[in-house]
Design a binder for this molecule. Structure first.
Ligand SMILES: [Zn+2]
Ligand SMILES: [Zn+2]
Length: 502
């Protein structure tokens, strides 16, 4: 592990290394003075001071903690060794591009569109944007949380924690070996390509943050590497390390061929895809499909006539086999939960926000369930936080809830080996159940005001949220009340009691 090669111990060396990195970034920032560099995202003049600021916060928090928190292998210290080493290497590459051979000003070629130097600089800027996001995710406000970081996709999270424990970073070779236990990787070129896709910061290591992004981009989990193979390796429309501006420039070539398209991982909304395409009137548009796997967005777009010619080529790869492989995961409802809901004269399936539709979507990573209509309304009205617990919504997954059964039947279901959440059995199977019951929504203390949507009151065993003065659910109720038709249907709906077994 990298720690064994550490050139410095925590007490003295790490603080010095952090300080050196900050100074290096400051010098680089001075070199980025040319206004032509302050283009659209990712912008180095914008990123460099933000990374430096985060590093200062890390140094401060590490000093305060005495350097002894989460110091196991692959913990904060090992991560920083890998990170700072990589940061230094990439900073030197940028410096060399900005002032070649000791010259004082940047080479003019750097500002010529589609020049090789410009391409290199754009790629480095993207790497810096990933490094900034990675540091912020593992050290929010400087404090290390890599050991508790939760991956967005539940099964990816289970995989990481079962195989890598509390580590937040490990060398590529070890990671590849571990991944093989679950998703076989061919050696040679394929493994190299996989490494370059996963290891966005090009450090030679894989962090939990990078794996999170990869598993979001190439969801669903059961066919992770198959998805990657079809969507990245074999797909002419896939563009790694391309910026917004570069996509615009590339699609200019195909302006007379509407339906031409390319796609890239978004650098502003990490873990999501940005698809650029030439519309029927020849304009170039870029869009971020929300809440669906890429293959599904591409198939939908193909049906609608938007995504027909990947990178201008006539042959559009057939992705339907991925579609066929994607079942909705089932949500397992425990007997205890069933009884709890029955006691409240309700059913588990019913969306607890509108009390009208059944739950059919799971918010990631917190796991709260609601109906997709309520989620869509909520996302239009609010920031990207869960209406139940306010955690960031990083994704959503369509789910099916196992039909509600009487307690005796529920027990039988839970004991059915086919429905078990056992990782070994479930790993290669499609349609497996979620490994644990979803969290219950928090209790609402306030009664709905007159004219507002009636929200069911319940007394869950677990209270997940803090005591916010203004609960987000109330905000949502208020917002929903504007939709009168929707509201009146929901308000009028009477839930029959007790739940009828289906
Ligand atoms: Zn709903
Ligand atoms: Zn939540």
């Amino acid at each position: 592990m990298a720690a064994a090669e550490a050139p410095w111990g925590w007490q003295w060396g790490e603080a010095r290394a952090l300080g050196r990195a900050v100074r290096l970034l400051q010098r680089l920032q001075e070199q980025c003075g040319d206004p032509r560099l302050a283009s659209s995202a990712p912008s180095l003049p914008d990123l460099l001071p933000r990374i430096a600021q985060l590093l200062r916060q890390v140094a401060h928090a590490r000093r305060a903690a005495g350097g002894d928190d989460a110091e196991g292998p692959g913990g904060a210290r090992d991560f920083l060794i890998v990170y700072l080493h990589n940061l230094e290497a990439k900073s030197r590459q940028v410096a060399a591009l900005l002032a070649p051979r000791g010259g004082r000003s940047a080479n003019d070629q750097l500002f010529r569109e589609s020049s090789r130097l410009r391409r290199q600089l754009a790629k480095l800027a993207l790497i810096f944007s990933y490094m900034h996001a990675e540091l912020g995710a593992l050290f929010p406000k400087g404090k290390y949380c890599g050991h508790t970081y939760q991956l967005t996709k539940a099964r990816a999270h289970t995989f990481w924690r079962e195989h890598c424990g509390a580590r937040c970073v490990l060398p590529w070779a070890e990671f590849e070996w571990l991944l093989c236990t679950c998703h076989p990787v061919e050696s040679g070129c394929t493994a190299l390509a996989l490494r370059s896709t996963i290891n966005l910061t090009c450090s030679g290591h894989v962090s939990i943050f990078e794996f999170d992004l990869f598993t979001r981009l190439f969801q669903p989990w059961p066919t992770l590497l198959k998805n990657w193979q079809l969507l990245a390796v074999n797909h002419p429309g896939y563009m790694a390390f391309l910026t917004y501006d570069e996509v615009q420039a590339r699609l200019q070539t195909y302006r007379d061929k509407p339906g031409s398209y390319i796609f890239r991982p978004s650098c502003t909304r990490l873990g999501q895809w940005a698809i650029g395409y030439v519309s029927s009137d020849g304009s170039i548009l870029q869009t971020i499909p929300l809440n669906k796997p890429l293959f599904q967005a591409l198939l939908d777009g193909q049906k609608e006539g938007f995504y027909l010619y990947p990178d201008g080529k006539n042959h559009n790869p057939d992705l339907t086999e991925l579609y066929q492989m994607e079942p909705h995961p089932y949500i397992h409802v425990s007997e205890e939960q069933l009884q709890l809901y029955w006691a409240m004269d309700s059913t588990f399936e019913l969306c607890k926000i509108c009390a009208e539709s059944n739950k059919d979507v799971k918010i990631e990573p917190c796991g709260h369930l609601l109906c997709s209509r309520c989620l869509a309304t909520w996302q239009q009205s609010d920031s990207q936080t869960c209406p139940f617990c306010r955690r960031e919504i990083k994704g959503q997954e369509a789910v099916s809830i196992l039909s509600q059964v009487r307690p005796a039947e529920a027990r039988a279901t839970a004991e059915d080996p086919k429905e078990s959440s056992d990782q070994e059995d479930g790993e290669e199977e499609l349609g497996q159940v979620v490994s644990s019951a979803p969290p219950l929504p928090p209790q609402l203390s306030a009664s709905p005001a007159k004219g507002q949507l009636k929200v069911q009151q319940w007394t869950p065993a677990v209270l997940l949220t803090g005591q916010q003065a203004h609960h987000p659910l109330q905000d949502l109720r208020l917002h929903l009340s504007k939709y009168s038709a929707f509201c009146s249907i929901a308000a009028l709906s009477k839930r029959s009691s007790p739940a009828t077994p289906i």
